[in-house]
Write a new protein. Structure first.
Length: 177
């Protein structure tokens, strides 16, 4: 799976309140959250981000509260993926759960500027700056996580596997289904 998009670059410790301010947590759909994504640190982001664009950031992206609204807002805004030096662990898990591809690469984060274009190969863990020609490596996803990303998140992935008879689910005390 390949991603390609223009870079929006941010610094270290971008917390979930900066990604989606708490005043918008009364909604939970990607469509309702997207217009407010990044608005407190970059008021131009929601109006100017294009489908497929990418966020690149420094250390500890997604720190703060453990709300899944943050990766959902990013995905709803049309961002195809996030590359950062590191991610807060709960943000990492929430991003995978909603089907937002994220990759850790300090070298890529340092070597990219806003407005440049990246191409990312998720299976290979390759990140290429299409302006400078530089290429960096990140840890590729294991196959089961790539399946979650391809399906659009954990819920559609689980539904697909249940329909295909590849697993079981426990439904509210009723046992395996």
């Amino acid at each position: 799976m390949r991603l390609r998009g223009r870079v929006w670059k941010y610094g270290d410790h971008v917390d979930t309140d900066a990604i989606i301010p708490a005043r918008y947590l009364n909604v939970s759909t990607a469509e309702a959250l997207a217009p407010h994504c990044m608005e407190d640190i970059d008021p131009t982001f929601a109006a100017q981000v294009k489908e497929g664009d990418m966020i690149v950031a420094g250390e500890n992206f997604g720190c703060g509260s453990s709300r899944e609204h943050a990766p959902l807002a990013i995905k709803g805004a049309g961002v195809s993926g996030v590359v950062a030096c590191s991610f807060a662990r709960i943000f990492y898990r929430n991003a995978i759960n909603v089907g937002l591809p994220i990759l850790e690469s300090a070298e890529a984060a340092a070597g990219v500027e806003s407005g440049q274009e990246l191409e990312v190969d998720l299976e290979a863990g390759e990140i290429q700056n299409l302006v400078t020609g530089e290429t960096w490596r990140a840890e590729p996803y294991p196959p089961f996580m790539m399946g979650i990303i391809r399906a659009g998140g954990l819920v559609p992935y689980t539904r697909r596997n249940l329909v295909a008879g590849q697993g079981t689910a426990v439904v509210e005390g009723r046992g395996n289904v």
